[in-house]
Design a binder for this molecule. Structure first.
Ligand code: F6P
Length: 513
């Protein structure tokens, strides 16, 4: 049998397996919780212990399904692809590149890791110099970037600076001038630095916002606005050409993808806000997950199992979306971050060797923060006609210092939702009937500190990569975003041949010359 035929046969078998309900699965196996939950525990040395409990027992994964999963790992050559990722192999074939984001935190070839360490040391020197006043008093950083150059820093700064921020970070991504104006209103130009974060140093939104930020500095009494700029980029020549002084350019390798770049100099705002020690803890937490992912096989490999679960629900149970609810304000931006990571990586319809995939690929990732979401979108999860697998994420240690009743209630609600989705409640009155048998997984973190956040993000990077390998697609390119950019340019140049609807809208919006 060819590789494709073997993989197709596995999916056919998976689709043909009996589908016991979650209640039946629990009733049939007293050991289910022990078998399908896993505590990941690491000793991070100077950064202390790191722990999280992962529970997949409320999903429909069972032994027959997991046996096929292990066959699928064999058939897709998962172990070889994983080795290629860490060995600097060309895992991004359309762009002819390796993917070396792991090396920025210590996982990769010796040469890549050495390069990562050198770049980190360079960033550390600048961060520490700024903290020591080398650029005068610095109270604010306006971090300008978009997509992968913004979502990671925004999440990490929001998560980790609730009680300490050495420098106030304002992340601006949107071309809508309101976003930048809002940052200006919160900053004093005399004590503000501007970080221009762009892998390519060509992205229209970022370069337009960067020019406006410089103009704001010079119009507000800053003599040398260029001297307040730091560039975070894989295109240092582009940054020099734009006018950034070489000493304030923090480069990163071309082989680090935008949505995987938080570990590189794109993490500069986090390092500036929390200090280098916490930034290193963040990297070390991620490295612990790299090691787990690299050294563990089959169902014990947590990100790999999670990736298979995502695909199982998309391909066998017809789920078009998956939802992530963080029961922790510190992780409120995690769903946004995961949307880009998962949808830009695996929202594809061609295989890495250019053939149609012919089966669903990445589900639509969405979510929110609990308990808020319970009062907004959970109605659909409990009684809607769509089956939505849910991930819950919570921390045992609270982020707040108020009465313990707050955190207790947060955790109780989180656990109650998973239990309710699974158990349901039968009623003759259809409006009050909860069908139940709805799957969820739990990530119960010991704490939500820098190391744990690093681990959580690295977990999802590997979940995304593993999903791509099991589907046979390339998670590291994003050609799907290019056509829209080109169309916007042709509206600007007036050269495009647009449909009647768009032409009418262009006229109504005043965009037609
Ligand atoms: O348009 C998509 C994209 O290329 C993302 O992949 C990327 O994270 C974002 O734009 C920003 O790109 P850059 O960092 O090059 O400005």
């Amino acid at each position: 049998m060819t590789k494709t035929a073997t993989i197709t046969a596995i999916w056919e078998r998976l689709k043909g397996l009996p589908q016991p309900s979650l209640a039946e699965l629990f009733a049939g196996d007293d050991e289910r919780v022990a078998k399908l939950s896993q505590r990941l525990e690491f000793d991070l040395g100077e950064f202390g212990p790191l722990g999280m409990l992962l529970d997949w027992s409320k999903t429909h994964l069972d032994d027959p399904v997991l046996d096929e999963f292990e066959e699928l790992c064999e058939a897709t050559g998962f172990a070889d692809s994983r080795a290629a990722l860490f060995d600097g192999g060309i895992v991004n074939p359309t762009e002819g590149r390796a993917a070396t984001h792991g090396a920025m935190r210590g996982s990769g070839t010796e040469a890549d890791v050495e390069e990562g360490e050198a770049l980190l040391a360079r960033m550390g020197m600048l961060v520490e110099a700024i903290h020591e006043g080398a650029l005068g008093p610095v109270k604010h950083l306006i971090h300008i970037g978009i997509g992968g150059s913004a979502l990671g820093p925004q999440l990490a700064v929001d998560a980790l600076t609730r009680d300490l921020e050495l420098v106030n970070v304002h992340v601006v991504s949107n071309i809508d001038g309101l976003a930048l104006e809002q940052a200006f209103a919160a900053c004093d130009p005399a004590t503000t630095l501007i970080a221009i974060a762009s892998k390519t140093f060509t992205t229209t939104e970022t370069m337009t916002n960067a020019s406006s930020a410089l103009k704001w500095l010079s119009e507000n009494g800053v003599d040398d606005p260029g001297g307040r700029v730091i560039a975070l980029t894989a295109n240092p020549e582009g940054a020099v050409e734009w006018g950034v002084d070489e000493t304030r350019i923090l480069p990163f390798p071309e082989s680090v993808g935008g949505r995987y770049s938080l570990w590189s100099s794109i993490g500069f705002p986090l390092a500036l806000a929390v200090g280098m020690e916490d930034f290193r803890a963040f990297l070390t937490g991620a490295l612990a997950i790299d090691t787990h992912f690299r050294e563990t096989d089959g169902r014990a490999n947590a990100p790999l199992l999670a990736a298979f679960g995502d695909l199982y629900y998309a391909r066998v149970r017809g789920c078009q979306t998956r939802a992530v609810f963080a029961y922790d304000e510190r992780l409120a931006l995690l769903p946004d971050y995961l949307q880009q990571l998962e949808m830009e990586s695996n929202g594809k319809s061609a295989t890495a060797d250019g053939k149609p995939v012919n089966q669903p690929t990445a589900a639509i990732t969405w979510g929110g923060v609990g308990t808020d979401a319970q009062h907004a979108v959970f109605q659909l999860l409990h009684q809607g006609t769509h089956l939505v697998p849910v991930d819950f994420i919570a921390s045992i240690a609270p982020g707040d210092e108020l009465a313990p009743a707050h955190h207790k209630s947060l955790l109780m609600n989180c656990l109650a939702q998973g239990a309710t989705l699974m158990a349901g409640k039968a009623s003759d009155d259809l409006a009050c009937n909860y069908p139940g048998d709805r799957p969820s997984a739990m990530f119960l973190l010991d704490d939500c500190d820098a190391a744990t956040l690093g681990a959580l993000i690295a977990f999802h990077e590997h979940r995304t990569f593993a999903g791509a390998v099991l589907m046979g697609i390339n998670p590291f390119d994003q050609f799907g975003v290019e056509l829209g950019k080109a169309m916007a340019k042709s509206i600007d140049s007036g050269e495009g041949n647009f449909d009647p609807s768009t032409k009418a809208l262009m006229a109504a919006a005043g965009l037609q010359s």
